[in-house]
Design a binder for this molecule. Structure first.
Ligand code: NI
Length: 173
């Protein structure tokens, strides 16, 4: 397993729609392992393939927040939201591609998602609470959408300017 470099916003690759995955092979399994390792190392609770510059439809999640909870890593290939609740929920979101910036985003409180597992099986599951927010946030990444796209333009521009400054500082050091 290896850590992958996480792209930082603004980056054109974070704004692109990604391609569906047609077959599960060793390369893809390696990518899933690397993405989980990169996510846990960050640390974060979700990561989408385009965030590590792979323009494919795959996300990884582990939203177990309790210190003593067992890890619950999930790998979702070609995930699709097939149902959303009318009830909505507000969570303060962040993103590994937009470090140290947080903002409240409103989304459906529950979603049903269909995806392909690494063993090739089609899965369908309902997500609620933090898991619902996280899975929607990560699926958005596959369509080039970031959580700041839900914010008012002024707030979004403010965060983007901070990230441009951060990237300049990172490039210098
Ligand atoms: Ni994100």
């Amino acid at each position: 397993m290896a850590l992958r470099k996480i792209l930082i916003h603004p980056d054109p690759r974070l704004k692109k729609t990604t391609d569906p995955i047609v077959s599960v092979d060793d390369n893809l399994r390696r990518l899933a392992d690397d993405m989980l390792e990169t996510m846990y190392d960050a640390p974060g609770i979700g990561l989408a393939a385009p965030q590590v510059a792979v323009m494919r439809r795959m996300i990884v999640l582990d939203c177990e927040k309790e210190e003593d909870a067992n890890p619950n890593p999930m790998v979702l290939i070609n995930p699709e939201v097939v149902w959303t609740s009318e009830e909505r929920n507000v969570y303060e979101e962040g993103c590994l591609s937009i470090p140290e910036q947080y903002a409240e985003v409103e989304r459906p409180a529950e979603v049903e998602v269909q995806w392909l597992a690494l063993d090739g099986k089609t899965m369908r599951e309902r997500f609620d609470g933090l898991w619902a927010t996280c899975v929607q946030h990560e699926i958005d990444h596959l369509d080039g959408k970031l959580f700041i796209d839900y914010l008012k333009p002024l707030k979004r521009q403010m965060i983007t300017r901070k990230m441009q400054k951060l990237k300049r500082e990172m490039a210098r050091s």
